[in-house]
Design a protein around this ligand. Structure first.
Ligand SMILES: Cc1cc2nc3c(=O)[nH]c(=O)nc-3n(C[C@H](O)[C@H](O)[C@H](O)COP(=O)(O)OP(=O)(O)OC[C@H]3O[C@@H](n4cnc5c(N)ncnc54)[C@H](O)[C@@H]3O)c2cc1C
Length: 498
C-alpha cells in the first residue's frame, strides 16, 4: 500500500474530511461559489508545514487562507535547517533533496542559479552527489516558499505567518478553534499538525542534584545548549547517532579540546555515504514480505548478489527506500514491534548516513582519542563532587564501570510517545480525544489520508507525528511526498466542497 497513488488521486471515492457533517465550514464556505476562502491553519511552520503550504498553493485553483503558526519563528527552516554551523551538512545527497518529488533536479538547479549569482563557480556535479550545508538548504526552502506565496497572492490567496504557540485546538459548531499562548482564539476550517520532533526524554529518572547542577543537557537542539561547556571539560553523550555527530561538530566549532565519550546500547555509528550506482528495484510493493525474517532474507540475498556484480550495499538499501512505507504497512504490529526492538539501531545506521567529509572528521577525532564511541547501558546518573557520575554496564554483563564527566548530553533521539510530551496542545488533544496515539506509540493515529483518527474533525498530521503509519517520515524525500500527496487530496476535497 503506497502513501499515495502515483497520479496523486484519492485511492477511493471517500474524500478528505468526509463525514465531518456539521464540523467545519459549510459547503458554501468552501465551494467555488463562495466569497470566503477556506481557512487552513498549519500548526508548526518548520520544514513540513512550509513544504505543505507550497504544495497546496500549487495544487489549488481557488483562493485559500493559510495561516502558518510557529512558536520558534524558524519559518521554513525548523529545527534541521536553521543550523548556523556551516559544518552541519545535509546527510542526504543534494540529488535527493528537491522539495518536489516530480522534479528531482529542482534543488540542484537552485544551487547552480544561486551560486552563479554569488559569482562563485558551482562545484555541484549534475549527478547531485554532493552535501551542502543545512543552512543553504534552509535558504532554498525559504526562497521557494516566498515565490509560491507571491504567485498565490497574485491569484487572491492569503498566506500569513504568525510567531505564536498554539496551545489548544478544539472542534466548534462552525469549524475549529485554535487557542494561542496569548489567549487569542482563531477560527479555522481545517488544521494540519506539522509539529515536528520533540526533544528526548531523560533516558533514566534524573537525580535531583544532577538536575539542579545544570550539568545535564536534556535538549541538544536548544539554541546555545552547549555554550557553557568549557574547552577542556569532559563530556558524556548518551546516543551515538546523527544528533551526537552534530553535537561533536558544535563542540569542535567552539574550540573544545576535552575528552568526549559517546555511548549507546550497541555503540553503532552511522555509516558514511559513498558514490554508488542505482540498484534495480527488487521488492514488489503490492506484495511486500509479511515478516521481518522474510524481508531481511531478501535484502541480504540482494546485497550478496549485488556485491558479486560490483554493487555497494548502499545501492541495495537505496533501492528499498522508496517503498519503505509499503513494507511497513505490510507488517503486523507484532512484526513492527520486533523491528523496533531488534533491528531499528541497525536500520538507522545503514539508512541515515553521514556526508563523507563529516565521516572523515569523526574518524580523525576517534583516531586521535578525542572522541571515544562505546557500547553500554547507563541506568542512572548522580552529581557528586562537581561531576556527573554514571555506571556503564557493558552488553556482555560484568559488574559495571564507574565513570565521571563534567557534562552529560542527552542525544538519545526525539521523544515519540506523545503521553510524555508536556506541551499543552499535545496534552489537550489527547485529553479531549481529538487525537490518540498510534498502536505503537510512535506518534498519532491517522487514517491513510492523514486525518487524525477520532471524531471526524478535519484535523490532519504530516511529518514526524505520522511515524506510526509510515515509519520513514523524517527525511526530506518522505516528507515532500506526503505533503504533495496530501495537498492534492485536500485541494480536490475543497474544490468538491466536501
Ligand atoms: C538536526 C537535524 C538534521 C536533519 N538533516 C536532514 C538532512 O540532511 N536530510 C534530510 O532529508 N532530513 C534531515 N533531517 C530530517 C528532516 O528533514 C526533519 O526532521 C524535518 O525538517 C522535519 O520538519 P518538521 O517541520 O516536521 O519539524 P521541525 O522542523 O522541527 O518544525 C516543527 C515546528 O513546529 C513548531 N511547533 C511545534 N508545536 C507547535 C505549536 N503548538 N505551536 C506553534 N508551533 C509549534 C516548532 O516550533 C517547529 O519550528 C534532519 C533532522 C534534524 C533534527
Amino acid at each position: 500500500m503506497a502513501i499515495c497513488q502515483n497520479d496523486g488521486t484519492m485511492p477511493n471515492s471517500r474524500r478528505l474530511g468526509a463525514g465531518g457533517g456539521g464540523i467545519g465550514a459549510t459547503t458554501s464556505d468552501e465551494g467555488a461559489m463562495t466569497e470566503n476562502p477556506t481557512r487552513i491553519a498549519v500548526v508548526g511552520a518548520g520544514f513540513t508545514g512550509t513544504v505543505f503550504a507550497v504544495h497546496l498553493l500549487r495544487a489549488i485553483d481557488r483562493p485559500v487562507e493559510i495561516r502558518l503558526y510557529d512558536r520558534c519563528g524558524n519559518f521554513g527552516r525548523g529545527l534541521a535547517y536553521s543550523a548556523r554551523n556551516p559544518h552541519h551538512l545535509l546527510n542526504v545527497r543534494v540529488s535527493n533533496m528537491s522539495m518536489f518529488d516530480d522534479d528531482p533536479q529542482h534543488f540542484i538547479r537552485w544551487l547552480w542559479r544561486n551560486e552563479a549569482t554569488d559569482g562563485k563557480v558551482s562545484d555541484i556535479p549534475p549527478s547531485g552527489h554532493a552535501f551542502v550545508s543545512r543552512a543553504t538548504y534552509g535558504a532554498y526552502v525559504e526562497d521557494v516558499f516566498h515565490s509560491a506565496v507571491r504567485e498565490a497572492e497574485a491569484r487572491g490567496g492569503t498566506v500569513i505567518r504568525a510567531e505564536d504557540d498554539v496551545v489548544d485546538l478544539a472542534a466548534a459548531a462552525d469549524g475549529l478553534v485554535l487557542r494561542l499562548a496569548d489567549g487569542q482564539a482563531v477560527g479555522a476550517d481545517r488544521a494540519v499538525l506539522s509539529v515536528g520532533n520533540f526533544p528526548p526524554s531523560p533516558p533514566f529518572p534524573l537525580d535531583p542534584a544532577l538536575t539542579e547542577s545544570g550539568r545535564y543537557i536534556g535538549d541538544p537542539w536548544e539554541a546555545g545548549a552547549i555554550d557553557r561547556i568549557g574547552p577542556d571539560d569532559s563530556v558524556l553523550i548518551v546516543g551515538t547517532g546523527l544528533t551526537m555527530v552534530d553535537v561533536v561538530l558544535d563542540l569542535a566549532a567552539q574550540g573544545h579540546r576535552g575528552p568526549v565519550h559517546a555511548l549507546s546500547r550497541r555503540g553503532l555509528l552511522p555509516h558514511r555515504h559513498e558514490l554508488t550506482r542505482p540498484y534495480p528495484s527488487f521488492l514488489d510493493e503490492k506484495a511486500p514480505p509479511a515478516s521481518l525474517v522474510q524481508l531481511m532474507r531478501l535484502i541480504r540475498r540482494e546485497v550478496r548478489a549485488g556485491a558479486a556484480q560490483g554493487y555497494d550495499w548502499r545501492s541495495v538499501m537505496d533501492a528499498v527506500r522508496p517503498i519503505v512505507a509499503a513494507l511497513w504497512r505490510g507488517l503486523s504490529n507484532v512484526e513492527r514491534r520486533r523491528f523496533l526492538r531488534h533491528l531499528r539501531p541497525y536500520w538507522e545506521v545503514h539508512r541515515h548516513r553521514l556526508a563523507p567529509s563529516i565521516a572523515d572528521r569523526i574518524d580523525a577525532w576517534r583516531a586521535a582519542g578525542r572522541l571515544v564511541v562505546g557500547a553500554g547501558r547507563i541506568d542512572g546518573a548522580t552529581f557528586e563532587d562537581g561531576q556527573v557520575r554514571v555506571i556503564r554496564r557493558r552488553r556482555d554483563g560484568g559488574s559495571g564501570e564507574p565513570m565521571a564527566f563534567d557534562w552529560m548530553i542527552n542525544c538519545s533521539g526525539p521523544e515519540c510517545d506523545y503521553r510524555r510530551i508536556g506541551h499543552p496542545l499535545i496534552q489537550s488533544l489527547l485529553a479531549t480525544g481529538l487525537a490518540r496515539l498510534d498502536p505503537l506509540s510512535l506518534g498519532l493515529d491517522l487514517t491513510e489520508r492523514f486525518e487524525l483518527v477520532g471524531p471526524a474533525n478535519r484535523v490532519y498530521a504530516l511529518g514526524p507525528p505520522t511515524r506510526g503509519m509510515w515509519w520513514e517520515t523524517t527525511a526530506v524525500p518522505d516528507i515532500r511526498k506526503q505533503c504533495a500527496c496530501f495537498a492534492r487530496w485536500l485541494a480536490e476535497d475543497i474544490a468538491a466542497g466536501a
